[in-house]
Design a protein around this ligand. Structure first.
Ligand code: F6P
Length: 344
């Protein structure tokens, strides 16, 4: 019988996390299950920093950006005695299981804790990068697409006024979902993503061709993790962050400079950065967060540990954490080809 569950949000924040927290608490209350929220992801589990989440605590959360629980990139697998720390926290708070809202890193740690230590965990996918497998959408992605599409629209009009090349850099470390979606929605003239190494000379040729047919401006959308065909363009080394990951951001400058050199066109760069992660969630993010929050509690009530609440074809479904984290979900070639049709 499930009576007490722990809840945490881990990894980078995004819009829609609060909607998911609210959904978990509201659904749990219906079965008299208490929810203990851990502060700041796994950090709060290891430091046993909790708060009881009830109806009052989740009032007004639906439309609020960020996560009311706080988050961090701390992983029990990189902290001394981290795994034992999770086991201890579960015992101290007499928790029957955990609901973990996270991206690839947080969900992979959840899988290991479940598979290797037997800790009862259900996952919920969130990441603006949308690269968690087995779910059509992750919480936060569509809000980020909305922000990036609006930026592309706005850049279009100023690009046209000045006959400029506008380079719009969006997030997307290993997968170019935001760039592809915002690029298609925003009518981009080139989309550069990690899945398809780009040839900068080819991009320059394309922009010159556009100018030759009377279109003297262009919008180029680039994912921060895009990579050139080896040997075609030198990218500056990214600094390494405190968790050992390259701190991305800035490829837009290299691309704009290279395009100016090759075409003689005036280029400008916009790096959207964390604007894509902040602010209130789009309606669909609110809905999928609600669907997945409810589904995660129902999975816990059914004892379906080691699963992740996902959304497929607009329906909430239960998938295995193992399948969801086996490999990153990358942009399929067929979708990228749709964007290419409009490069024109
Ligand atoms: O959470 C994914 C992500 O948004 C990536 O696209 C980006 O590279 C990274 O987070 C940046 O994270 P932070 O600035 O919080 O370390």
């Amino acid at each position: 019988m499930v009576r007490r569950i722990g809840l945490l949000t881990g990894g980078g924040d995004c819009s829609g996390l609060n909607a998911a927290i609210r959904a978990v608490v509201r659904r749990a209350e219906k079965d008299n299950v208490s929810v203990y929220g851990f502060r700041n992801g796994w950090k709060g589990v290891l430091e046993q920093e909790t708060e009881v989440l009830d109806l009052m605590a989740t009032r007004g959360l639906l439309h609020r950006g960020g996560t009311s629980l706080g988050t961090s990139r701390v992983s029990p697998y990189f902290e001394p005695d981290g795994v034992q720390g999770v086991i201890d926290a579960m015992e101290v708070h007499r928790l029957d299981g955990l609901i973990v809202i996270g991206g690839e890193g947080t969900l992979s740690a959840s899988l290991r804790l479940h598979r290797d230590e037997g800790i009862p965990i259900v996952g919920i996918p969130k990441t603006i990068d949308n690269d968690v497998s087995e779910t059509d959408l992750s919480i936060g992605f569509l809000t980020a697409v909305q922000v990036a599409s609006e930026a592309a629209d706005r850049l279009h009009s100023t690009a046209e006024s000045h006959d400029r090349v506008m380079v719009l850099e969006v997030m997307g470390r290993h997968a170019g979902w935001i760039a592809t979606y915002a690029g298609i929605a925003g009518g981009a003239d080139a989309i550069l993503i990690p899945e398809v190494p780009f040839d900068i000379d080819g991009v320059a040729r394309h922009l010159r061709h556009r100018a030759g047919t009377g279109r003297d401006f262009s919008v180029v959308v680039v994912a921060e993790g895009a990579e050139p065909v080896p040997g075609t363009l030198e990218l500056p080394e990214s600094p390494i962050d405190e968790f050992g990951r390259p701190r991305l951001g800035g490829i837009g400058h290299t691309i704009a400079h290279a395009l100016e050199e090759r075409t003689g066109f005036d280029a400008r760069v916009t790096i959207l950065g964390h604007v894509q992660r902040g602010g209130g969630p789009s309606p669909v993010d609110r809905i999928i967060a609600s669907q997945m929050g409810v589904a995660a509690v129902e999975a816990a009530l059914d004892g379906a540990w080691g699963t992740m609440a996902a959304v497929q074809r607009f329906q909430a479904v239960r998938v295995s954490l193992e399948d969801a984290t086996r490999e990153l979900k990358r942009v399929p070639e067929s979708l990228y080809r749709v964007g290419e049709v409009f490069f024109g």
